[in-house]
Ligand binder design. Structure first.
Ligand code: NZQ
Ligand code: ZN
Length: 374
């Protein structure tokens, strides 16, 4: 296991910025999204710190949810032109993922997409400091980024050890402004990260226990948080759970996990702009139904350990009910309306070889899955 990210957690941690920045140069590329950081105080606090540290700031804003490669390439061009020494990313997964891609694209002459399609490997990266404002993806403490390329018809994940943030600053205060839907999608996403690893090919009993603990933490606190979005303690618990769900802890010994649900979910985001967490809650119940026989003992154990129920169908139903109870869609029809084209989605899933590392999907299974998820 390798994880070099230094995690700073708690109220006011952004105050550590000048000390952290003293280890880097003075030119900062500040990356953020479409403006939420200007409403919740994160932008103001970070800029104050950057000014206090005597840095020169170059801004790239407007990163989209389900981020696109065009922004990565444009921001990398800015960073290259200005010869920035460090990137500071303020936002959710989309902003931080983009910043990771920008970090490895600045030193090269080609598009960042060449990393995501496997044509190139990075050999250098600009150091990245992340300030997380949305608990969900775990990107703050892992080496992965997910970027969309509409022209290629792909939303791909890529990971390289150079892409770990050097420091990540997590102040749960900044997540108090996350609206109900995205709070729920974040809880679903962190649970999905546990489940994707849980359903990996290899056997790792202690890791399974970590996974069950994180899932219970999410289930127990999820409802409470949605009933009280301004509760700092609950925000903090979910924020930390989301980090641990995908910082390596849940992956040890699990044989790379499965990740089939993410693979399919990314296609919903690509074609219909479905928010990431919502794409997962739509696919998970159908996915488990398709793989019921292969995954039987694991599904039953999940039910016993997390939901206190006996039986496979009961477990899948409980998971679905939980997602629905926090306000997430569990069927395609609840999230995507008239523009949905099942055949086009199926064709793209087949073309892009969507599927998991453990459970293998073929065309008939994909067809069945989409029918169950309708
Ligand atoms: O555009 P801004 O203003 O930043 O608004 C965002 C966006 O509209 C808003 N938001 C963020 N923080 C907020 C806030 N609104 C109010 N208050 C705050 N404090 O929320 C919306 C969603 O933001 P986004 O960053 O897209 O969400 P999330 O953190 O869920 O990230 C999703 C992206 O991460 C990828 C997903 O595929 C998706 O592209 N993932 C990255 C992973 C990784 N790097 O390890 C793993 C995940 O499985 C996932 O695939
Ligand atoms: Zn995810």
């Amino acid at each position: 296991m390798y994880n070099p990210t230094r995690l700073h957690f708690g109220k006011g941690v952004v105050g550590k910025m000048p000390e952290i920045l003293s280890g880097f140069g003075k030119k900062v590329l500040l990356v953020y999204g479409k403006g939420s950081v200007k409403k919740n105080g994160a932008y103001r606090d970070v800029v104050n710190q950057l000014v206090q540290a005597g840095t020169e700031i170059f801004e790239y804003s407007g990163i989209k949810p389900n981020p696109v490669i065009e922004d990565v390439d444009a921001a990398a061009q800015l960073g290259r032109d200005k010869k920035v020494n460090v990137i500071v990313a303020v936002g959710g997964g989309s902003v931080i993922d983009s910043a990771k891609a920008i970090a490895i694209t600045i030193p090269v002459g080609h598009s960042g997409w060449d990393f995501f399609n496997g044509a190139q490997k990075p050999s250098r990266a600009i150091p990245l400091i992340s300030v997380l404002t949305l608990a969900a993806t775990g990107t703050e403490m892992n080496m992965f980024a997910v970027v969309q390329n509409d022209e290629a018809g792909q939303k791909n994940g890529y990971g390289h050890p150079l892409m770990y943030p050097t420091h990540s600053l997590l102040d749960p205060t900044y997540t108090l402004s996350v609206p109900k839907d995205h709070t729920a999608y974040g809880i679903a996403d962190l649970m999905a990260h546990c489940l994707e690893n849980y359903f990996g090919r290899a056997d790792a009993p202690l890791t399974d226990r970590f996974i069950f603990s994180i899932l219970r933490e999410a289930v127990e606190n999820g409802h409470k948080l949605l009933a009280n979005l301004s509760d700092y303690e609950l925000r903090a618990r979910i924020m930390y759970a989301a980090t641990v769900a995908l910082n390596g802890t849940t992956a040890i010994g699990k044989g790379m996990g499965d990740w089939g649900v993410h693979s399919i979910g990314h296609h919903l985001s690509l074609l219909y702009g479905t928010p990431h967490g919502a794409s997962l809650t739509i696919i998970y119940p159908a996915y488990l139904k398709v793989f019921k026989s292969e995954a039987a003992p694991a599904i039953e154990r999940l039910g016993r350990e997390v939901f206190g129920v006996i039986g496979m169908d009961e477990t899948i139903l409980k998971l679905e009910e939980f997602f629905a109870s926090i306000g997430c869609p569990v069927r395609i029809s609840e999230s995507i309306s008239s523009e949905y084209n099942e055949q086009a989605l199926l064709n793209l899933l087949i073309r892009n070889k969507a599927g998991g590392n453990n459970f293998r999907l073929n065309a008939p299974r994909l067809e069945k899955l989409l029918e169950l998820a309708r």
